[in-house]
Ligand binder design. Structure first.
Ligand SMILES: Nc1nc2c(c(=O)[nH]1)N[C@H]1C(S)=C(S)[C@@H](COP(=O)(O)O)O[C@H]1N2
Ligand SMILES: [Mo]
Length: 420
């Protein structure tokens, strides 16, 4: 075969495909790339032996996926120890966040805990004060639960208008993983909760000693003390070796590096439930203990970091979640909320977990104003940003679950905008 053969072959294939539905999908990519590696040639990677097993004792993604990483916004916080990195939602699919890509939020850096020295104390209004080792925790009956965790500050920068150009930054303070751990009620039963106990204080072992008060009813309902995520032990940044899982509630109460559970008859009014994690309303009053994360959704692709590259058949994809239960429906609009169509949810639909939705369209190269809205099993419908502002004003930081709009331009670029 002469050296131009592959090029000509590729061109012939492209011409044959042109006009058919496959043209837009196959035409572009078939012509791109290093021609000597394209069929019908035998590519480089077939001509030599590959690496053997265990060359990578702990596997990593392909080097070609090196751009799929957490990112931070430099100006957002003054120091890295009290800061946040964002999940690259635009690069992911399905509902499970890979452990290494889960956003991180900490207030005093990552505590490095030797599991041999790890202890969890349960005290206060209990029959018996108890101290558990990690080995003790692992001996209790355990459960597996898939839940989303969303920081109350997710989308917090967007209250006054469209700000950050990318769903990683506007919505990336959310992740969804499978936790393995002990139901909190099992540990509390071991200690014996006194009848007058109404609240639980959870405290972390990090330098911030993050502390939050949690109503006992929630603690007895569906909370876990988790030590695994997606099968393996928690990552240090996610609270190794144990953290609290508080399904559907704001991320701040999911105390990492959990060291202390104290039972009491009233809340403790810790820093993170007084000066922070309260919602300043338009009239200057602040709401407190707004634990539940209301239904929310976002189109992850296309989005500003994932522009449209080709006209024709296009899959619009996104995530939806609700702290009040299961997502029952997701609608997608291509025209800024004038018309809605029901999206397809594919994969697991679980209580207080992310769902993955898809909406398919023929993109002709016209402008689109993409929106998604989530509806949960309580009948709650994700509000528009203006509906939300009518109640909340613009002084808030936390709990912004308003509908996101992406403007898709004729050249396929996508921008964070607002429609009135
Ligand atoms: N001990 C401790 N727990 C903590 C925090 C912290 O700073 N210290 N940050 C909280 C906040 S604000 C959030 S949003 C979640 C983030 O969890 P992640 O880092 O696993 O994403 O952890 C919570 N638990
Ligand atoms: Mo948070």
């Amino acid at each position: 075969m002469d050296k131009d053969a592959p090029k000509r072959a590729a061109r012939r294939r492209f011409l044959r495909a042109a006009g058919s539905a496959a043209a837009a999908l196959a035409g572009g990519p078939a012509l791109a790339g290093n021609l000597k590696n394209l069929p019908p040639n035998v590519p480089e990677w077939t001509r030599a032996l590959g690496d053997g097993v265990a060359v990578r004792p702990y596997g990593k993604p392909s080097k070609h996926e090196a751009h799929v990483v957490r990112r931070d916004v430099q100006w957002l916080t003054a120091s890295r120890e009290s800061s946040v990195s964002f999940t690259p939602l635009h690069e992911l699919d399905g509902i499970i966040t890979p452990n290494g890509l889960c956003f991180e939020r900490h207030h005093g850096g990552i505590a490095e805990i030797d599991p041999e020295d790890y202890r969890l104390i349960v005290h206060g209004l209990v029959e018996r004060e108890l101290i558990f080792t990690l080995a003790d925790l692992k001996r209790f009956p355990r459960v597996n639960r898939i839940h989303f965790l969303e920081c109350a500050a997710n989308s917090g920068m967007e209250w006054r208008g469209a700000q950050l150009n990318g769903c990683q930054y506007t919505h990336g303070m959310v992740h969804c993983v499978e936790y393995t751990g002990v139901p909190l009620r099992v540990l509390l039963a071991e200690a014996g909760v006194k009848p007058n106990a109404k609240w639980l204080l959870a405290e972390g072992a990090d330098s911030a000693a993050m502390s939050r008060s949690i109503p006992l009813a929630k603690a007895m309902d569906d909370c876990l003390v988790a030590y695994r995520m997606n099968g393996e032990m928690l990552r240090p940044e996610q609270g190794y070796p144990a953290r609290l899982v508080v399904p559907g509630w704001e991320g701040n109460v999911w105390v990492k590096w959990l060291r202390r559970l104290k039972l009491g008859d009233e809340p403790w009014f810790a820093r993170e439930e007084t000066s922070k994690y309260t919602d300043l309303m338009a009239d200057g009053k602040a709401r407190q203990f707004t634990f539940v994360m209301d239904a929310k959704s976002v189109i992850t692709s296309p989005s500003p970091q994932a522009p449209l590259r080709q006209k024709g058949f296009t899959v619009i994809s996104g995530l939806a979640w609700s702290g009040r239960g299961k997502i029952t429906r997701v609608d997608v609009s291509l025209d800024g909320g004038k018309n809605w169509r029901e999206a397809k949810i594919d994969g697991l639909v679980l209580d207080k977990a992310c769902v993955r939705f898809y909406a398919e369209t023929e993109w002709t190269g016209g402008e689109m104003l993409l929106q998604s809205r989530a509806i949960d099993e309580t009948g709650y419908v994700q509000p528009t940003k203006s509906e939300l502002r009518k109640i909340r004003g613009v002084n808030s930081i936390y709990h912004n679950n308003g509908i996101q709009t992406w403007l898709v331009k004729p050249n396929g670029e996508v921008e964070n905008v607002e429609v009135s």
